[in-house]
Design a protein around this ligand. Structure first.
Ligand SMILES: [Zn+2]
Length: 339
């Protein structure tokens, strides 16, 4: 018992205060009511009612002809999209010369120099990280014929107001501190910006019937929330980011991109995943990933069981797959051959 350093205080309070939106029903009707109410609360939490959408007004800045490691010829285009008034988001489009016209939105992790690291532009400073975490999913999907869209998320890559010189660092916490001080938050702004990227993808001329959103670590975080609030994402693949929020308390996931005021009071991440049901959802994690939280894999499995219940018992859908892979925090690609 330690009443001075705040840990016990926060631990007890965090378990006392919610989440208000735990799904406890057993019928489709109850689920639909729960989903509508929960979505409203999540959108309010993210500040969507205070964010004004602007036309994305895509401007093509670069176009380069390249050949992938697997010998696939492709074009890498760089576009700039308007997302909010006064805010722009760069996005790479990897377009194979001979593809299947399917589309994927690939979201980068932290420390990858934003979108650069996942499209193979690997600076010396992140080479070791790239090898350790192996975040190859954008290029894996390109090899399979997908057109892959890779934006820089706010606080990373080319979108850092502070640590501009260090490709490994992100500015999430500083940006989120400022956003929260004006009543907004980073996961909300990021999710809202990514919705503009989805607008762009839908009008780009690719097949969006089975639009995939995929991401590892911080990219998994963004995938989870985007798919939760945007039904246009038809398949979500989350790698290395699925845990109980309370399980991470003063333990892991300290970066600002994880936090919005009242988030823990409203939902846990099983609820975010349930909002994706019955659309296809793949989640993988390393059995020894420290991002699994204090309880490790057993804590993750409690959430997985609840999500599985919604898919199987409420929707009779076989669309949710989870795999615990043997190892630590890294991209495993356990389901990549499903695409
Ligand atoms: Zn972050």
């Amino acid at each position: 018992m330690n009443e001075t350093d705040g840990y016990d205080f926060l631990y007890k309070l965090s378990y006392k205060s919610g989440p208000e939106c735990d799904f406890t029903g057993s019928t489709r009707e109850e689920f639909d009511i729960w989903k509508a109410q929960t979505l409203e609360k999540v959108k309010t939490m993210f500040g969507f009612d205070r964010l004004q959408s602007v036309p994305y007004n895509a401007e093509k800045l670069e176009s380069e002809e390249l050949v992938s490691a697997g010998g696939k010829e492709y074009t890498r285009e760089l576009y700039m999209l308007d997302t909010l008034e006064g805010l722009k988001m760069p996005i790479f489009v990897l377009r194979p010369k001979e593809g299947n016209n399917k589309a994927a939105l690939a979201l980068h992790p932290h420390g990858s120099d934003g979108k650069n690291g996942i499209v193979g532009i690997v600076k010396e400073a992140i080479k070791e990280k790239e090898a350790r975490f192996g975040y190859s999913y954008a290029l894996d999907l390109l090899e399979k014929g997908y057109t892959v869209f890779c934006p820089d998320m706010l606080g990373a890559g080319s979108r850092k107001p502070i640590s501009t010189e260090n490709p490994e660092k992100c500015d999430c916490t500083a940006i989120n501190n400022s956003l929260m001080s004006i009543g907004l938050n980073l996961p909300g702004v990021t999710t809202f910006e990514l919705k503009r990227a989805v607008d762009f993808i839908y009008e780009y001329g690719v097949d969006t019937d089975d639009l995939l959103c995929i991401g590892f670590s911080g990219g998994g975080l963004a995938t989870l929330w985007l798919a939760a609030v945007d039904e246009r994402i038809k398949t979500a693949y989350i790698s290395g980011y699925f845990h109980s929020l309370r399980g991470t308390l003063l333990h892991s996931n300290f970066c600002g991109c994880n936090f919005a005021p009242n988030m823990w009071k409203i939902v846990d991440l099983d609820s975010a995943a349930m909002l994706i049901a019955p659309r296809k959802l793949y989640i993988e994690t390393g059995a020894d990933d420290t991002l699994n939280g204090r309880e490790g894999l057993s804590g993750v499995m409690e959430l997985v069981d609840k999500v599985e219940y919604v898919y199987k018992d409420i929707f009779a859908a076989d669309n949710f797959k989870f795999k615990a892979c043997d190892g630590k925090h890294k991209w495993y690609g356990a389901f990549i051959n499903e695409f």
